[in-house]
Design a protein around this ligand. Sequence first.
Ligand code: FUB
Length: 310
Amino acid sequence: MKTQYKVLAAVLGLGASLVASYAVAASPLVSDRFNADPSPHVFDGQVYLYATNDQDNSGKYWDSTDWRLISSSDLEHWRDEGSFLSVSVFKWASTTAKAWAPDVSERNGSYYFYAPIGGDRIGVAVSKSPKGPFTDARGTPLIDKARDVNVGDEPIDPAVLIDDDGQAYLMFGTRVPKIVKLKPNMIEMDGPIQDVKINGLPEGEKKVGYGEAPYLNKFGGLYYFTFSTGWPGQIVYATSKSPTGPYDYRGVVLDYLKISTNHQAIIDFHGKTWLFYHDKRLPGGGDYKRSITYTPLTIRSDGTIDQVVP
Ligand code: FUB
């Protein structure tokens, strides 16, 4: 993991102008269990990584019904904290509803777990500890395809950013990225759900579109919106001076892997920036049996991100 090195243009057969934009890095796994859709966060100096539970998928679909937590204090050693929450905590959801890619946010000592359930609703659970126990914070879905306007095809893959001014934003969705402000209580929408516009997406043979897995970071005063381009998906990024966009497409962070989905998250930890994503590297792995890995990520002073070559 500590071995990150630049690849010379000659090695990759690329033009000199691209020398600085690729980095090859080792990428260790966080667990020998199947887990996917990493949502890593640093709380009180510890990394807490919330994940979809692929170990209990049937192997034919993403049909597990609980989420897993893995933690680390150094990004070298990982501790499996187990299954900490199941869809059954949301009484309005079927106990067989699918538990997909979650995200977590902390505010005023409470931890809010955003849980996409069954492909058409997002619930929010709250706890006083990052490890739980979590309880349903509302008693109703935060986002509901049957209830809310402009949720898109599939209101899944929540991603939360609390901005420097305290305003919280929730991104989510497939095919068309969505964003909505959250009230300070973190459990209610504050205004309409808006489409996120991305300018400059490549067309033609190297066409890039939004698929799923939105994630929002702020680095150096600039908002970085990363996402997967589809099924399979590249992980790409776009930047904006406003969290709600419009965003400008900037490039590829991680190219296609031989897997039907990908899903990324970026954190800063111990002075470095890290990219988390999933592949299917573990023995027996596949599209529904994924494994979470991570690697250093370089964001340059001009705002560009070096593409990671695993
Ligand atoms: O894990 C189920 C789905 O696969 C997630 O919601 C998507 O982001 C994709 O990774």
